[in-house]
Design a protein around this ligand. Structure first.
Ligand code: GLP
Length: 243
C-alpha cells in the first residue's frame, strides 16, 4: 500500500490526475469511476488536462461504481447527471464506452447481473477510483456488506442517508433515495489497481480504520488491506488520525 499525503484537496486532485494520465499511458483503459464531492476536483483537473492535449479518452471504457435507486438518470442529483456534468460532456470519451447502472431499471437484479458480467468479461477493471464514506463504505457497499458481494441492489444506511443530505447534494433526508445499485466488494477488489481519495477531517476516522485495520466488514474499506496495489491519496486533515 502506498499513502501519499498532500497539503489540501486541490493538491490531492492534481496528484491523482497525474497518476491517472500515467496509468492511461500504460494501457489502463478500463476504469471504474466514483462520484461525490471528493472527486469533483479530480474530474476538473482531468478536463483541464484534456483541453491542453495531455490526455486522450478515446480508448477508455468507464464503469461507474454506483447509482441511486430509483432515480431518473436525467435528474440533477443522479450520479449519471453528476458524471455528465463534471466530466463526460467535456472530454472525448465515446458515449458507447460509458457504462452506468440504470437508476430506473425495471428489474434491478438483471441490471446488476449484466453490469457484473460485462466487468468480469474484461477480466475486471484496470483501475478503480474510490472515495470513502464517513462510515467506511466504498461505492455503496455499506458496513457489514459481504466481502464476496457482486453488483447488487442495496439499502443505504442511516449514516449514509444523513451524510448525503447535508446540503452538498440532497437538502434533506426525505429527498435521498433509500436504495442504490452498487458494484460489490468483490467487483471492486478485483480491479488491478485501486486509487482511493479522501479529504477533510470528517474522513479521518474512517481513513484510520481502513488503513490501520483490522480487516472487518464493519469498515468495508478495510478490505483494501487485502489488495496488493492500492494508493491512498489524502490531504493532511484526512490523514490526521493515522499513527
Ligand atoms: C457516496 C458514494 C461514494 C463516495 C462517498 C463519499 O455515498 N456512494 O462512492 O465515495 O459517498 O462521498 P464524498 O466524496 O461526497 O464525501
Amino acid at each position: 500500500m502506498k499513502i501519499i499525503i498532500s497539503n489540501n484537496h486541490l493538491e490531492t486532485s492534481k496528484k491523482a490526475c497525474d497518476l491517472f494520465i500515467k496509468l492511461l499511458g500504460k494501457g489502463y483503459y478500463n476504469i471504474g469511476l466514483a462520484t461525490g464531492s471528493t472527486q469533483i476536483r479530480l474530474y476538473h483537473e482531468l478536463v483541464k488536462a484534456y483541453k491542453s492535449s495531455k490526455i486522450d479518452f478515446s480508448l477508455v471504457n468507464t464503469f461507474n461504481l454506483d447509482e441511486y435507486y430509483k432515480i431518473n438518470p436525467d435528474y440533477s442529483l443522479s450520479y449519471r447527471y453528476f458524471m455528465d456534468n463534471h466530466f463526460f460532456k467535456h472530454i472525448n470519451l465515446p458515449k458507447k464506452n460509458i457504462n452506468f447502472l440504470n437508476g430506473l431499471a425495471n428489474d434491478p437484479i438483471i441490471e446488476c447481473k449484466k453490469y457484473e458480467t460485462k466487468i468480469k468479461s474484461l477480466g475486471y477493471l484496470d483501475l478503480q477510483i474510490l472515495g470513502i464514506g464517513v462510515n467506511g463504505h466504498i461505492g455503496f457497499c455499506e458496513p457489514y456488506s459481504s466481502f464476496d458481494s457482486e453488483t447488487s441492489l442495496v439499502n443505504l444506511s442511516d449514516e449514509t442517508i444523513k451524510q448525503n443530505s447535508d446540503g452538498r447534494f440532497f437538502k434533506n433526508k426525505e429527498e435521498v433515495p433509500k436504495q442504490a445499485l452498487t458494484m460489490g466488494m468483490k467487483t471492486i477488489i478485483n480491479a488491478k489497481k485501486i486509487l482511493v481519495l479522501a479529504n477533510g477531517q470528517r474522513k479521518a476516522s474512517a481513513v484510520n480504520k481502513a488503513i490501520e485495520g483490522p480487516i472487518s466488514s464493519k469498515v468495508p474499506a478495510s478490505i483494501l488491506l487485502n489488495h496488493k496495489n492500492v494508493v491512498w491519496m489524502l490531504d493532511k486533515e484526512a490523514s490526521s488520525e493515522l499513527k
